[in-house]
Design a binder for this molecule. Structure first.
Ligand code: HEM
Length: 248
């Protein structure tokens, strides 16, 4: 007979470090419908990746503020790879048939990805600071506090601008004109635009998947659904990095 492992030893095992018992008890399916488990779990997985994205973006921002371009590039490279993974995962959700989704959709009430505070934090931290998101009445106190902090702290856009000023405000067009970009700021500008594109690609993949599953229906969060999501495709973090291309 095995004796029960003592808690200190347990905390140093694979399951202990990962809190697997708690983690694997958090996937529920209130309706018991087959696809609902995937639907909720996929959202949890996204939220975990959002947490890592915030961790990396924050470090990239801080590195820029500290004139440490290599560290910023190190984090932004990972951000881009994670965004690719986020896009790929959309394919899993697209395996939910429209008919299946309708069977448990009613039980979602008015919950929606629209309420994801971490998603807004990523937008705020990247430079899209829309204070209207703070006016929602469905935020918890902790979520409101986090978003308020993100609104006040420097975004990647601001950190990049400050770094440029400290480097004597070189003309970005001049830097990006070279055939092979070797300049520190130029490489950073390209890494930031990669992040912008990576996030936009997720928006695009999400809206196409949503259309495939619910067509022209309104969203559970109260928006017009696909119509609203299409309007977000125009969002950009680094306007200047896009517009400068017209001046090269
Ligand atoms: C069957 C799968 C899904 C469907 C049918 C769906 C549907 C929708 C709809 C209709 C909206 C518009 C807002 C509203 O509810 O009125 C929305 C927004 C959103 N969804 Fe999804 N979604 C799905 C999966 C996901 C997943 C896995 C995530 C990952 C976190 C996600 C994140 C978001 C976010 C962040 C928004 C807000 C986007 C913005 O405001 O720019 N969704 N979704």
């Amino acid at each position: 007979m095995h004796s029960a492992m003592d808690p200190a030893a347990r905390s140093r095992t694979y399951g202990g470090f990962l809190h697997l018992e708690e983690l694997l008890s958090l996937q529920e399916s209130p309706s018991g419908h087959h696809d609902e488990m995937l639907f909720f779990t996929a959202h949890q997985i996204y939220e975990l990746w959002f947490k890592i994205l915030l961790h990396e973006l924050e470090r990239a921002r801080d590195a820029m503020l500290a004139d440490d371009v290599p560290w910023a590039l190190y984090c932004l490279r990972r951000v881009r790879v994670i965004e690719r993974v986020l896009c790929e995962q959309i394919d899993v959700l697209a395996t939910i048939s429209p008919g299946s989704f309708q069977q448990f959709r009613g039980g979602l009430y008015s919950s929606s990805g629209l309420q994801s505070a971490q998603f807004r934090e990523i937008e705020f931290l990247s430079g899209l600071k829309d204070p209207a998101h703070l006016r929602r009445d469905d935020l918890t106190d902790a979520e409101r506090e986090r978003l308020t902090r993100r609104l006040a702290e420097p975004a990647l856009t601001e950190a990049f601008d400050m770094l440029r000023v400290r480097r004597g405000s070189p003309d970005l067009a001049e830097i990006l004109r070279s055939e092979v970009i070797d300049d520190d700021l130029g490489r950073l500008a390209e890494a930031l635009i990669d992040h912008d594109e990576g996030f936009s690609q997720w928006r695009y993949r999400h809206v196409r998947m949503v259309e495939r599953i619910i067509g022209g229906r309104d969203g559970t969060g109260g928006s017009s659904g696909v119509g609203y999501l299409r309007s977000t495709l125009a969002k950009r973090f680094f306007e200047e990095l896009w517009s400068v291309r017209g001046r090269l």
